[in-house]
Design a protein around this ligand. Structure first.
Ligand code: ATP
Ligand code: MG
Ligand code: MG
Ligand code: MG
Length: 475
């Protein structure tokens, strides 16, 4: 059944509303209740305190389409972008939640009904995983729903520790946790990959679409698993992954919203091959960067701001590869707002600010990118058969030309090379020590450093200064 991304989002919210769920708006990419979490990386983040019993809502069933970011922090899919068919840095997670209300039986029933009756996926293409010892979930799937046992796979502790499994979810080392059941879609044997649990599971043939987590226990520091008095349900389904199925394409990057962004990127950069991996990277990154700025993150040298800066610079490098001349990235905000502005009006309201922030970063980095790439090429010519780029080189690119380490690693990966990360860290540490010694002697090392760098790179502080101005505009 064909559906646009917008129709799918609506259908999901409406379906769960019809089952008594409160439709709750997406929260910000910056978690409001958790300073330890870099970004909102799942639908449950805004409900964390409700699950912990520390917050009460007027409803005990909720449904959301949550904007999520998985770059930096515990969940980091930045390196997957451009390489897999299914990963983005920014994506939307559709989720239904039960706060001590319904549990496994209803959750599984709802998921199956939505997939097979609302969006009408062929049952025989759906595969199921459950936690190895979760007989209850296994029986619901095989006996009640009727999924053949050969397509219901038990996944044990595949991560080398008790309760460390793709099918066992935990908020942290202690606290709420429980088994989960995941639903996979088989895109067909023309694509490489194997079912979950098989040696080829990392391929893109069997794509995970929906995770249903059953919060069932409270884990204590001594390892004791105490059953929760009111078990809960937390689910997450990637909107782009199911849109791909409904739109008869394999890759998330071919769905309606991405096709439009990729076209716009090709038009601006002059790229002619619409399958170029760099187009996918830029289209992915304009989403994450625009939403980050809309949610108040500014490029900087630390924390969330540095993640944003890294993604922008990576996008600029890929745009440069595609043939972009001058500022191009910020010019894609309009195309994004056209695609997603209806669901996320902030993209339209804040469009001018987003464009300004991205353009500033582009102007700054554009100046040093070419020279840095030149230095990198020289270093590559000196490798003499080695496949490892020395840490010193990566550090120089970082320090003088503003190349985040993952940007250098990205170039390396394209050539089948790696970067000596330990060497990079060591060079960084050595510079820190030198700076400390210099300041011990009373010399203003930082001053010297800034002016020495001015010829090559105008310095982060200037960018941050400009970002401040924009920050004021934002308020
Ligand atoms: P995968 O194994 O494919 O990396 P995951 O197990 O890390 O996915 P979950 O943490 O279970 O994903 O998140 C719930 C759902 O969110 C997934 O089933 C998937 O549909 C979607 N999802 C997760 N990560 C991404 C991503 N980087 N881009 C797009 N969708 C994603
Ligand atoms: Mg993952
Ligand atoms: Mg997974
Ligand atoms: Mg999963």
């Amino acid at each position: 059944m064909y559906m646009t991304s917008a129709q799918l989002r609506r259908a999901f919210l409406d379906f769960f509303a019809s089952k008594g769920h409160q439709i709750v708006s997406s929260s910000s990419l910056i978690p409001g209740n958790d300073p330890t979490l870099l970004f909102t990386n799942a639908g449950m983040v805004q409900f964390k305190d409700v699950f912990l019993g520390q917050d009460k809502r007027s409803y005990n069933r909720a449904v959301t389409a949550q904007r999520c970011l998985r770059a930096g922090g515990k969940h980091n899919d930045l390196e997957n972008v451009g390489y897999t068919a299914r990963h983005h840095t920014f994506f939307e997670m559709l989720g239904n939640f039960s706060f001590g209300d319904y549990f496994k039986q209803d959750a599984i029933q709802y998921a199956w009904e939505f997939l097979t009756e609302v969006v009408k996926l062929p049952k025989e293409k759906l595969w199921i995983t459950v936690y190895a010892t979760d007989d209850e979930a296994f029986d619901i799937w095989t006996k009640h729903i009727g999924v053949p046992a050969e397509r219901a796979i038990r996944i044990g502790d595949n991560k080398g520790a008790p309760y460390a499994s793709d099918n066992f979810w935990a908020m942290g080392d202690t606290g709420p946790c429980g088994p989960c059941t995941e639903i996979f879609y088989d895109h067909g044997d023309h694509i490489w990959g194997g079912p979950p649990g098989s040696p080829e599971e990392d391929g893109d043939r069997f794509i995970e679409i929906w995770n249903n987590v059953f919060m069932q226990f409270n884990r204590h520091a001594d390892g004791r698993m105490e059953p929760l008095p009111k078990p809960s349900v937390d689910t997450g389904m990637g909107l782009e992954r199911i849109a791909a199925i409904l739109q008869n394409v394999h890759s998330n990057y071919e769905i309606d919203t991405f096709a439009a962004l990729i076209k716009a990127t090709a038009a601006i950069t002059g790229a002619t091959d619409l399958n170029d991996k760099s187009l996918r990277v830029v289209a992915d990154h304009i989403r994450s960067c625009s939403f980050l700025v809309a949610d108040g993150v500014m490029p900087s040298n630390e924390g969330r701001g540095y993640v944003l800066r890294r993604i922008i610079r990576r996008a600029i490098r890929h745009g440069n590869k595609l043939g972009a001349k001058g500022v191009f990235f910020s010019k894609l905000v309009g195309a994004l707002a056209e695609q997603m502005g209806e669901a996320y009006p902030e993209l339209i309201e804040k469009r001018a600010v987003i464009e300004k922030v991205l353009a500033l970063e582009e102007e700054q980095f554009g100046k040093t990118l070419e020279r840095g790439l030149g230095i990198l090429e020289e270093a590559l010519a000196e490798l003499h058969g080695s496949t490892v780029i020395p840490g010193e080189v990566a550090f120089k690119l970082y320090d003088t030309y503003g190349f985040p380490l993952d940007l250098t690693s990205d170039v390396a990966r394209e050539r089948g090379l790696t970067v000596d990360q330990a060497g990079f860290e060591a060079a960084m540490e050595a510079q820190r020590k030198r700076a400390q010694q210099a300041s011990n002697f009373g010399a203003d090392y930082n001053q010297a450093l800034t002016s020495a760098q001015c010829t090559d790179f105008t310095g982060y502080s200037q960018i941050q200064g400009k970002a401040k101005v924009v920050e004021i505009l934002l308020e």
